[in-house]
Write a protein that binds this ligand. Structure first.
Ligand SMILES: Nc1ncnc2c1ncn2[C@@H]1O[C@H](COP(=O)(O)OP(=O)(O)OP(=O)(O)O)[C@@H](O)[C@H]1O
Ligand SMILES: [Mg+2]
Length: 253
């Protein structure tokens, strides 16, 4: 079953067609990679998928629902969560409070809202604490629940960012260069975390990444962007062996 269907998406900034006639289909449960040289338009695709930018043309459907014109909050409720190329956390808040920020939105829209109306604020706090701890356990961050986010080592900050995104209970998780700035040990651990998220939550994941070891190790399918356009899409191995892809991207370093 198709979870994400993107048809002919385009956006221009001034004269620059940052994303140009971009189409993509992701099946439920897939781990899909989006790769390409610096400035190819990868993050712009994420910004379009999450409503940060509105496309000039094209349609985005999530689970059959047209989300093209929705704003970032509506799209998060529809089921897309993301992490950012440069980590975005509430650095002066504790680990658990960062996750609870993600949970708040979800709880507002669930039955727990009723609890709030009858004034049982404490019951909601308790439910959120429990839910947050469950998530932190999955990410092996439960023993750091009261640590300030800024005091976590880099690899754990990345994990926390993913945990917070997962707290909104998405159908699709977008990760923008999660391994950027990581050492090989942290990258290996990150690969395990991504595999775990997939298994524990049955998650569909779209991942932007430059680390080819990570990409070829975990992605089933790839799309290569180049100058805003799709250069190639398909099974990971077939894409990475393609001479045009090697020339445009892989051969560069
Ligand atoms: N808001 C904006 N205004 C103007 N130009 C933009 C804007 N956002 C992105 N661009 C331009 O669009 C192009 C694609 O940028 P984008 O950040 O999507 O690339 P990327 O593939 O994510 O690159 P990297 O691998 O370096 O992160 C770049 O030329 C960038 O300068
Ligand atoms: Mg980018």
């Amino acid at each position: 079953m198709t979870l994400l269907q993107v048809n002919n998406l385009s956006i221009a900034f001034g004269g620059l067609r940052a994303v140009d006639d971009f189409s993509l289909e992701i099946e439920k449960g897939e781990l899909y990679g989006l790769i390409g040289p610096n400035g190819a338009g990868k993050t712009t695709v994420f910004n379009l998928l999450t409503g940060v930018y509105k496309p000039n043309e094209g349609i985005i459907r999530l689970d059959g629902e047209d989300i093209t014109r929705k704003n970032t909050i509506e799209i998060n409720h529809a089921g897309i969560a993301r992490t950012f190329q440069n980590i975005r956390l509430f650095h002066q808040m504790s680990v658990i409070d960062n996750v609870k920020v993600g949970l708040t939105e979800r709880f507002k829209y669930s039955g727990i809202e009723g609890v709030l109306h009858v004034g049982r604020y404490k019951a909601m706090e308790k439910a959120m604490d429990e839910e947050a701890m469950k998530l932190l356990k999955v990410f092996d961050l439960d023993s750091e629940r009261d640590v300030l986010a800024s005091n976590l080592p880099y690899g754990k900050q990345r994990k926390l960012e993913i945990a917070r995104a997962m707290a909104t209970s998405p159908k699709l998780l977008l990760l923008d260069e999660p391994a950027a700035g990581m050492n090989p040990n942290e990258t290996a651990e990150l690969m395990d975390t991504i595999a775990l998220v997939r298994k524990e939550f049955d998650m569909t994941i779209l991942l932007i990444e430059h680390d080819m070891k990570l990409v070829s190790g975990i992605c089933e399918k790839l799309t290569v962007l180049n100058f805003g356009r799709v250069l190639k899409q398909g099974e990971t191995k077939e894409v990475l062996d393609d001479p045009e892809v090697i020339k445009a991207y892989l051969g560069e370093d």
